[in-house]
Design a protein around this ligand. Structure first.
Ligand code: GLC
Length: 443
């Protein structure tokens, strides 16, 4: 029985330790607020322990929903000690922001519909109906917002305006673009004269985690300047896109969006509701437009620059996420599975590295530039199962659990040695370990 395993007990203890009443913080110290996709992954684990708490985790996210439908990537705690965090964003500058609490002005991958269905699977038929009924309007308005504001040319793909929106913060395709277009003159000077230590004086993340496991100082300063620009534009998308060189149709985000659309259609169907016709048409377009991200020369998908329409040909963990999207042809899914098996790409001893191990960008402990993360493993496992690669799915689930059993519920892991890195007692690692332990071998 999984309940008696040490890992299960340990993971449950992490979720209890990080319980903040209305939601679960990702980790003590470094991440005290409520994060969007974290809460979705956390609810997927919590549903095995306490369905009421899992539901609360998700309804709490709706506190932060903007009047225009946007779900922000962070809902800030109201305590006086977090005033600086709230002030960094000043969500109140935008008239659509909630009146009674502070959030960021950007979103994160749309995992909510998936989490709603996963929690629903643990409820009785009647409970599930009322659960779906409760969440449905917010989900519809979130997806409508994504199309309205993030697909301005009606292309079918949605764009992101900050690397934080992908959840894969310093992922190479974005960092390469950032180095090219987004380094302010003062950051270039700092880089040239090797004055990175000046930036480090202002950083808080490196107080909790060793500096070589996080962003570089230059990347961190650049992220901050992009954020300041968004704030200056009061998070108004038209103003943001005007004269901007930095908007990307991110592969990971759009893969997750495709699955979220399918999940939303399931929810509507089980409620006997008809989704708005326009939304249905847009969803269809997305499945088709996604294929434009395929590069026949290297046989893989990439993110695309929204402005130039050029594919950003730097592989990363996003490369494998079309498996999770579920809309791609089985033959293409098979090509991605080959990359997963290849030792020089994603087939490391403790998969799945967030960057191919042979990549110029690869660093085994640097955040989204090498380490294995349990949430992206979960997405790949789920996709493999649905495409019928059952043995691959089981093998990945086992190696993920082995890594967490050996090293603990850390934020990420060295894909070569399985050693832990980043924050300890990390909530989504705990929650998804529980889900992997509990999930039937064959769905
Ligand atoms: C980091 C991760 C992001 C996550 C957040 C809170 O910023 O890159 O994906 O949501 O931490 O855990």
């Amino acid at each position: 029985m999984p309940e008696s395993s040490d890992l299960y007990k340990q993971a449950k203890a992490v979720l209890d330790m990080n319980d903040r009443g209305a939601y679960t913080q990702p980790a003590h110290g470094l991440y005290p607020h409520q994060w969007l996709w974290d809460s979705c992954f956390i609810a997927i684990g919590l549903r095995h322990l306490d369905t009421e708490r899992a539901k609360l985790e998700l309804t709490s996210l709706l506190r932060g929903q903007w009047h225009n439908g946007m779900l922000p990537n962070i809902v800030f705690r109201p305590d006086p000690q977090y005033r600086t965090d709230r002030n960094m964003w000043r969500s109140w500058l935008n008239p659509s922001a909630p009146n009674d609490l502070a959030t960021t002005g950007i979103t994160q991958p749309p995992m909510l519909a998936e989490a709603v269905v996963q929690v629903g699977a643990k409820l009785s038929r009647t409970e599930r109906r009322s659960w779906y009924r409760l969440m449905y309007p917010s989900l519809v308005s979130y997806h409508e917002w994504l199309y309205r504001e993030r697909d301005p040319h009606n292309e079918g793909l949605v764009l992101q305006v900050h690397p934080w929106e992908t959840g894969l913060d310093n992922t190479p395709p974005w960092m390469a673009e950032l180095h090219e277009h987004q380094l302010a003159w003062w950051i270039r000077l700092i880089e040239k004269f090797r004055l990175e230590w000046v930036i480090d004086l202002f950083r808080r993340d490196t107080r909790s985690v060793p500096a070589d496991e996080r962003f570089s100082a230059v990347e961190s300063a650049a992220m901050f300047t992009i954020q300041l620009r968004l704030r200056r534009k009061a998070y108004d998308i038209d103003k943001i896109l005007d004269h901007s060189m930095f908007a990307i149709e991110d592969l990971a985000f759009n893969s997750i969006f495709i699955r979220a659309n399918a999940r939303l259609r399931e929810i509507a169907k089980s409620l006997d509701k008809q989704l708005p016709e326009e939304l249905l048409q847009q969803m269809k377009k997305t499945d088709k437009a996604f294929e434009d991200l395929w590069d026949p020369y290297s046989s893989q998908y990439y993110s695309r620059d929204f402005i130039t329409h050029k594919l950003l040909k730097t592989p990363s963990i996003a490369t494998l996420l079309p498996l999770y999207a579920g809309s791609i042809a089985k033959e293409r899914a098979g090509q991605l599975v080959k990359m997963l098996e290849n030792k020089h790409l994603f087939g490391s001893a403790y998969p799945v590295p967030s960057v191919p191990t042979s990549s110029f960008w690869f660093h085994p402990k640097r955040y989204w530039q090498g380490p294995s993360w349990v949430n992206t493993n979960w997405l790949v496992i789920d996709g493999l199962r649905r495409y019928g690669f059952i043995e691959h799915a089981e093998a990945l689930s086992e190696s993920t659990l082995e890594m967490v059993t050996r090293s603990g519920c850390y934020e990420y892991f060295d894909p070569l040695t399985g050693e832990p890195a980043g924050a300890g007692n990390f909530s989504w690692t705990a929650a998804l370990a529980i889900d992997l332990l509990k999930t039937d071998k064959i769905k």
